[in-house]
Design a protein around this ligand. Structure first.
Ligand SMILES: [Zn+2]
Length: 208
């Protein structure tokens, strides 16, 4: 069975990998990876938000509730875009406009709703948060929304960065020692920018 290509998970945190499911995010025409609910399930498995066993049940649910699943995906993508704008607005001043109230509310409600489904599982010595094995499409994004809540309320936020490759818009956490990360991915964007600069230098050299 043909599988839609999934984006590389480069950000280091679940909710940012989710935000990065739109490529060329900082342009007028982002490229959408999550083109249908089945791809969302594939992505959630790939990102370890959903285990393979439960994913089979979620896929069956999607198959039986196609219209509802499509509508839920559309709602989810609207929340993803709201989260993207909220995160951009938290980068150093002057980088992006302030987030609108509507975006803040959308993200806050999304996170609160997801957290409402979390279950606390006893363990020794530590207990852990987990998610019920519910075969619905929503189960695929609860961990993602919770991850967004953790990022927005935790110390990781000060390491948030956006890719320097114009138009990419990929978000990441810069956990490098000297906070020198500039690209969502050195292999993709870092090398693309470097080779463009190199070509420009060669052209400028020829013009002399
Ligand atoms: Zn990039």
């Amino acid at each position: 069975m043909a599988r839609t290509r999934l984006p590389r998970r480069v950000s280091g945190v679940l909710c940012l990998n989710f935000v990065n499911t739109a490529d060329y995010h900082a342009t007028d025409r982002p490229v959408e990876y999550l083109v249908d609910p089945d791809v969302l399930v594939d992505w959630a498995v790939d990102a370890a938000a959903l285990d393979v066993g439960l994913a089979a049940g979620v896929r069956a649910w999607v198959g039986g509730h196609r219209e509802r699943a499509e509508a839920q995906l559309a709602g989810l993508l609207a929340r993803r875009e709201a989260l993207y704008r909220v995160l951009l607005s938290l980068l150093p001043p002057g980088t992006s406009p302030a987030a609108e109230d509507r975006d803040l509310r959308l993200v806050a409600d999304w996170v609160a709703d997801a957290r409402g489904h979390a279950v606390l599982v006893p363990g020794r010595p530590r207990w852990r948060w987990d998610w019920p094995a519910e075969a619905t499409l929503a189960r695929a994004w609860w961990p993602v929304a919770a991850s967004a809540g953790d990022l927005l309320t935790g110390p990781g936020l000060e390491h948030l960065g956006v890719c320097d490759n114009p138009g990419c818009g990929g978000l990441y956490l810069d956990t490098s020692k000297n906070h020198s990360r500039r690209w969502c991915s050195m292999e993709v964007c870092g090398n693309a920018v470097k080779s463009r600069r190199h070509s420009a230098r060669v052209r400028a050299g020829r013009g002399r």
